[in-house]
Design a binder for this molecule. Structure first.
Ligand code: NAD
Length: 253
């Protein structure tokens, strides 16, 4: 078997790729030869990522879609199959983290976070699986978080539930398609410096950086590189697993 990092010519979908981690994943995959479909609820930012990827000489196209909407996700899968005939890599990365303590959290706020972060992974996978089963090939990588599964954070109980939920979902989903040459794994990022976290932390990322054993926060590119490994031919027998990318943050006693 040809073992390499190459994902040359593979067709990848990355959700939430209009900014932050998703954009980093999209760029790493594109720089390594994949044709990347950038999916985001914000059409303008999806187009911006695509322009950036094209400027680097790579192939990419944008689709505006809401990952928590089944009709949208069916349209995404159909459009990608129409344009490229395949779906090789699915990165389910779109997610939101609006803070709210439980005492103040409305049912709507809870539902929204679970819908986008957790149901979004179900709908994205469900929409792409028929094609992956047909081609007997698929690499699915979900963006979970250390928050929820490993650590906790005040004001992020809904988010924590969604991210821990992704890991449970991912493991059972991986079993369902293990015989079909489809692997399903997750990344657990620590705090990454993105538009979203800068908004969330109001510029207060330095203390987190100081508490990180490696002395720096991870970057979207760090996450992209972990995704690249799981999507590549080096990882055909890794499924139902997670890779923590947090500079050692979650292992400190
Ligand atoms: P971000 O806010 O910078 O980017 C998220 C992108 O997703 C945006 O472009 C947004 O428009 C899009 N999006 C939001 N809702 C959507 C929907 N319903 N459908 C489609 N697209 C939608 O966020 P980020 O920091 O890059 O986070 C990306 C993912 O990584 C999220 O799942 C987040 O939970 C996870 N994560 C982030 C960190 C971090 O520190 N940034 C840490 C752990 C996990």
């Amino acid at each position: 078997m040809d073992s390499s990092f190459s994902i040359q010519g593979k067709i990848a979908i990355v959700t939430g790729a209009g900014s932050g981690i998703g954009r980093g994943i999209a760029e790493v995959l594109a720089n390594n030869g994949a044709k990347v479909v950038v999916v985001d609820i914000d059409e303008t930012s999806a187009k911006r990522t695509v322009e950036q990827i094209r400027r680097a000489g790579n192939i990419s196209s944008p689709i505006a879609a809401d990952v928590s909407n089944w009709v949208d996700m069916q349209k995404v899968a159909a459009a990608v199959i129409k344009e490229y005939n395949r779906i090789d890599i699915l990165c389910e990365n779109a997610g939101i983290y609006p803070p709210a303590k439980i005492i103040e959290m409305s049912e709507e706020q809870w539902d929204k976070v679970i819908d986008v972060n957790l149901k979004g992974c179900f709908l994205g996978l469900k929409s792409c699986l028929p094609q992956m089963l047909k081609q007997n090939y698929g690499r699915v990588i979900m963006t979970s978080s250390i928050t929820g599964y490993r650590t906790g954070e005040i004001g992020l109980s809904h988010y924590s539930a969604s991210k821990a939920g992704i890991i449970g979902f991912m493991r059972s989903a991986a079993l369902e398609v293990a015989k079909n040459n489809i692997t399903i794994n997750a990344i657990e990022p620590g705090t990454i410096s993105t538009e979203g976290t800068r908004r969330f932390a109001a510029g207060e990322l330095k203390p987190l950086e100081d508490r990180t054993p490696t002395g720096r926060l991870s970057t979207p590119e760090d996450i992209g590189n972990a995704v690249l490994f799981l999507a590549s031919d080096l990882a055909p027998n890794i499924t139902g697993q997670t890779i923590v990318v947090d500079g050692g943050y979650s292992i400190v006693e």
